[in-house]
Design a protein around this ligand. Structure first.
Ligand code: FES
Ligand code: FES
Length: 195
């Protein structure tokens, strides 16, 4: 599993790097960098319960700010086109694709990333359930899956399997661990229901 994870990460890095080079953009920390930061202004954000300020142009994708400026690397750069869900975070409790969310649109809203959900010592029930079900193969999609599942369970604490299938349908997993992911979300729902 460790080998697979490392292979997948290398593939992803090389794909992203190739895409950036093809587009003539620089890259930092796995996501493209704007070619010119001349229009940057201080943008204040509430993230994981903390107030943060970053210099950024308002139309910069939230994902770039999270990863490049705030070192919150849980949200991943997958497609950059709102089509895979790897970059999913919560804004005021609702899932958004941070790759297409302009940081200037956040305003006073609260952003929650996977780093704000739980800790190694005290994982969120969803994180615990994903570990218990061994839902990750390469792991690239998993943080986005967990954040999408958090939104789902907050709206529907007792989902059926079909609810989970539909709720996570637009989050893609190239490794095909969907069965384990669905079981993990149902397990988390049970666990949360008991607490
Ligand atoms: S990277 Fe945002 S949806 Fe794929
Ligand atoms: S576990 Fe590899 S993409 Fe989902």
């Amino acid at each position: 599993m460790v080998i697979l994870e490392s292979v997948c990460q290398s593939l992803r890095r090389s794909l992203d790097s190739g895409r950036s080079q093809a587009q003539g953009t620089r890259e930092k920390n796995g996501v493209p960098m704007p070619s010119d930061s001349g229009g940057a202004m201080a943008i204040n954000l509430k993230i994981n319960g903390m107030q943060r300020s970053v210099p950024a142009e308002p139309d910069t994708p939230l994902l770039y700010v999270l990863r490049n400026d705030l070192e919150l690397n849980g949200a991943k750069f997958g497609c950059g086109l709102a089509q895979c869900g790897a970059c999913t975070v919560l804004v005021d409790g609702r899932q958004v694709r941070s790759c297409i969310t302009e940081v200037g649109s956040i305003g006073e809203s609260e952003v929650t990333t996977i780093e704000g959900l739980g800790t190694v010592e005290k994982p969120h029930p969803l994180q615990q359930a994903f570990m218990d079900e061994e839902a990750a193969q390469c792991g690239y999609c998993i943080n986005g899956m967990v954040m999408a599942a958090k939104d789902l369970l907050d709206r529907n604490p007792r989902p059926t399997e079909q609810d989970v299938r539909e709720g996570l349908a637009s989050n893609l997993c190239r490794c095909g661990t969907h069965g384990r992911i669905i079981r993990a979300v149902l397990r988390a729902a049970q666990s949360i229901g008991k607490t």
